[in-house]
Design a binder for this molecule. Structure first.
Ligand SMILES: Cc1cc2nc3c(=O)[nH]c(=O)nc-3n(C[C@H](O)[C@H](O)[C@H](O)COP(=O)(O)OP(=O)(O)OC[C@H]3O[C@@H](n4cnc5c(N)ncnc54)[C@H](O)[C@@H]3O)c2cc1C
Length: 478
């Protein structure tokens, strides 16, 4: 068994782990990345990038089908499944290739060890059965794995994880998508638009990340017109039958359904990869199924020499947050026991369904404050949206009476991936509604939609007496 001694050991060479390595190197400490592979990160291999590639194909099919509105005739749209999937993989492989440049550089410098790591003592890691590593500090950046609800586990090879979709040779005839969260909504709508008979079911009434009841209702109405989607079905049974998986359930409207699908795509949430890491050997105790308590400003677990980063901490499971957390953990693990607090960015989440969904700033659940006011705009008559035949959706922006500060927004509409950034930047800069409205708005653009909502919010901020305690702090660092 080989022995190694290192300042910082990082479990996981994903986005968070790679960012952590750069953080350690900037602080001029020695570092070792440990990962069993496959390398290339979840984002590039099976996450953000291939899902957006599949959605791009679906959007192309949808645009072609709807072109008749403009007087452009291409009704006989044919989707070539193998060609769609072939492009997804080809482009995906390019993205993975550029990530692998980073990991190969680490390997050349002797900073990458292939294998699964686990703690066998407070500062000692066992990597497979070939190496023992002594490390001053340890960063756990092991990511997360799809969670399959128990009744579906017996379906065996009929099950597709989100990763499995991108490996198919051809599109299946039909798919049951389990989960109406971000991944279920994105992939479910994409498969539907690519001609796959698709039903999307969930329990609990989730529609992506939306929490504002008004927004959820609007989203459900819009998606319900296009998709067979049931976010709060009553599950009865699922079983393997001739030809696929048979699901029996009752819809929210009370309709009993009995359907057979060729494949089942499970997108019912992800679970942090914490099992078998031996964190108890470092004195970290936490309830089963939970994540050890850590400080998101330092990424340190308690006052220990263990740091978390990325999806494994189950806090903000997004690419840019994984990279930030890796950088914070890397720097602090390198200088431990001195650790610095780092302000976090204004929360921003985007779903690439159509119309797109975005959530910005403080969550709706934090809007209980009695000073909170809402401004909203409907895209039905928005100029640019009508021009583009994309006039569906709504935006609701939240602000605080008294201070006039912007706190957050939930958005459903055309290209909100862009307008959500404007709002997130405005919130992080602590702009008031009036300051945001003083910024230039061109005409005719989608951004005018958020101007309408901001004007509405400004009106509402004037109504009623601003009383009570100031709302919680939502700015950067919150
Ligand atoms: C379908 C899908 C679509 C997504 N779309 C988006 C999007 O559009 N935008 C966005 O911001 N985010 C998106 N995400 C989320 C994003 O991909 C993740 O937030 C991000 O990849 C997390 O990075 P990470 O470093 O925490 O984990 P990973 O990249 O998964 O890295 C974890 C690494 O740890 C390794 N590992 C596991 N166990 C051990 C062990 N015991 N020892 C050593 N190594 C170990 C694994 O092999 C892996 O390489 C999407 C995710 C999915 C699944």
């Amino acid at each position: 068994v080989e022995q190694k001694k290192i300042d910082v050991a990082i479990l996981g060479a994903g986005t968070a782990g790679l960012a952590a390595r750069r953080g350690v190197l900037r602080a001029k400490r020695s570092v070792l990345l440990i990962d069993p592979g496959p390398l290339g990160t979840t984002c590039a291999r099976v996450g953000c990038m291939p899902s957006k590639l599949l959605i791009a194909a679906a959007d192309a099919a949808s645009l072609a089908r709807e072109a008749g509105v403009f007087g452009v005739r291409c009704e006989r749209v044919r989707v070539d499944g193998p060609a769609v999937l072939e492009r997804v993989r080809r482009e995906r492989d390019r993205f993975v290739g550029s990530v692998l440049v980073g990991t190969s550089e680490a390997a050349r410098r002797g900073e990458l060890l292939q294998g699964r790591g686990r703690l066998i003592g407070p500062h000692t890691l066992q990597v497979d059965d070939h190496t023992v590593v002594e490390a001053g500090t340890v960063i756990v950046a092991t990511g997360s794995s799809p969670w399959v609800p128990p009744p579906y586990r017996s379906l065996g090879d009929l099950l597709l994880g989100s990763a499995g979709v991108f490996e198919l040779d051809d599109l299946p005839e039909s798919v049951l998508v389990v989960g109406t969260g971000i991944i279920g909504l994105e992939l479910g709508q994409a498969l539907h638009r690519l001609g796959v008979r698709t039903t999307i079911v969930g329990i609990g009434g989730f529609v992506g990340p939306l929490l504002d009841p008004r927004m959820k209702a609007e989203a459900l109405a819009i998606f319900g017109r296009e998709l067979d989607i049931h976010p709060d079905m009553h599950f009865e049974s699922v079983e393997r039958v001739e030809g696929g998986a048979r699901l029996r359930y009752t819809t929210e409207a009370g309709e009993a359904r009995d359907q057979v699908f060729a494949r089942v795509l499970v997108a019912a949430g992800r679970k942090p990869n914490l099992d078998g890491l031996g964190l108890d050997r470092a004195g970290i105790v936490f309830p089963a199924g939970k994540v050890p308590a850590f400080d998101p400003a330092t990424m340190q677990v308690g006052d220990s020499h263990i740091f978390l980063a990325g999806d494994v901490d189950d806090d903000r499971p997004l690419l840019h947050e994984a990279a930030d957390e890796g950088a914070i953990a890397g720097q602090n693990a390198a200088t431990w026991p001195d650790v610095m607090r780092h302000p976090r960015r204004t929360p921003l989440g985007i779903v690439f369904c159509d119309p797109q969904i975005a959530v910005v700033g403080a969550p709706w659940s934090a809007m209980a404050c009695d000073r909170n006011r809402v401004g909203e705009a409907d895209y039905a008559d928005q100029g640019r949206a009508r021009v583009m035949n994309q006039n569906r959706g709504r935006v609701r922006i939240y602000g605080e009476a008294g201070t006039g500060l912007l706190h957050g927004a939930e958005m459903l509409g055309p290209r909100v991936e862009h307008t959500a950034h404007l709002l997130a930047w405005a919130i992080q800069q602590r702009l008031t509604v009036s300051q945001a409205l003083a910024m230039p708005f061109y005409h005719p653009v989608f951004e005018e939609g958020i101007r309408t909502a901001l004007r509405d919010l400004e009106e509402h901020l004037r109504i009623g007496h601003a009383h009570g305690d100031p709302c919680e702090e939502f700015g950067p660092g919150a």
